[in-house]
Design a protein around this ligand. Structure first.
Ligand SMILES: O=C(O)CCC(=O)C(=O)O
Length: 307
């Protein structure tokens, strides 16, 4: 069964379906300025975490007032344009994603959390930076088509990533996606992606809004720590449940709708490499590198929820 359409433009929808990401011009210079201005006014509050984190999100501040204000401000500005490009959607959370100028500000290959039943739906971010992005200041990179490869559960607070076994191979096959000022990237949360460290002389600021098709339920997958035999718990969530989610804990008021076993064993390397080569005949593998995926669970946590 085809997944519901959300783009008004058929070509953008089909590129997104095919690759797992697509970019287009979303915001005007004035709208970008407002997004930037809000960040500058709250910079000190946002940067409270920079001793520990060179890539950080509004949620990392643990400042409920700031998190709520940034959420509604970003939705307000982006909301002026979103309906021109999308229909049949609902928004989840909005946040700033900030890269300090540091070689520790890169994000290794990862998939974002799973918010919906991905056999029927998909969830995605609208991601937009306040300046043009490139390899030097931390642009995004994608493994084309990887959202269609395996059905993966990406739970919290543990994040037993099925692609861990191949994380060091993936970057050789990434497609870099630089952006012009005002251009956004729509990324499927199941598409493997990463971003370069910011090696420029100033902070790279981006804003995201997470969205899902209108008819999809918002879900949260919880996998308790320590015992690999634990079952995955699936909760039906409201936006408030997400806002009130505490790190490492079950959602307090959300309804548990299922509890099931899932095979989190890492994928086999050889068939994956074959797939990589077939899908990216123009790319050459280099020596395997450590791409920083070990701190992934922690970084993902900060993308989407409060502590
Ligand atoms: O802003 C970045 O550099 C990373 C963004 C990202 O990984 C995401 O939006 O899921």
């Amino acid at each position: 069964m085809a997944k519901p359409r959300v783009f008004r433009d058929e070509k953008l929808q089909s590129e997104f379906n095919e690759n797992g990401f697509v970019k287009f011009k979303l915001l005007s210079e004035a709208q970008i300025h407002r997004i930037d201005d809000f960040y500058l006014k709250t910079q000190e509050q946002h940067e409270i975490v920079i001793d520990k984190k060179k890539f950080h999100a509004t949620n990392d501040t643990d400042n409920p007032e700031l998190i709520a204000k940034a959420d509604s401000f970003i939705k307000e500005v982006m909301g002026e344009e979103i309906d021109k490009h999308f229909f049949n959607y609902k928004t989840i959370a909005a946040s700033y994603l900030v890269k300090q100028p540091s070689d520790a500000s890169g994000l290794g290959p990862h998939q974002d959390l799973r918010f919906v039943d991905e056999e029927k739906f998909y969830s995605f971010n609208i991601w937009i930076a306040t300046e043009a992005t490139n390899k030097t200041n931390g642009c995004l990179r994608f493994l084309k088509g990887s959202h269609k490869l395996y059905d993966t559960i990406r739970p919290l607070p543990t994040y037993p990533w099925k692609y861990k076994s191949v994380a060091s191979i993936i970057p050789d096959y990434f497609t870099d996606v630089p952006t012009e000022k005002g251009e956004c990237i729509i990324l499927n949360h199941a598409c493997i992606h990463a971003s370069y460290p910011n090696l420029s002389d100033h902070t790279r600021v981006a804003a995201i809004v997470a969205m899902i098709p209108q008819e999809a339920d918002i879900l949260h997958y919880f996998l308790p720590e320590s015992d690999p035999k634990n079952k995955v718990e699936k909760y039906s969530m409201t936006l408030d449940d997400f806002i009130n989610l505490k790190g490492g804990q079950r959602p307090e008021n959300a309804k548990l709708i299922d509890s099931f076993d899932f095979d989190f064993s890492p994928i086999e390397v050889d068939p994956f490499v074959k797939w990589l080569q077939q899908n990216n005949p123009d790319k050459k593998p280099g020596p395997a590198a450590n791409n920083g995926s070990e701190s992934l669970g922690r970084k993902l946590l900060s993308l989407f929820k409060k502590k």
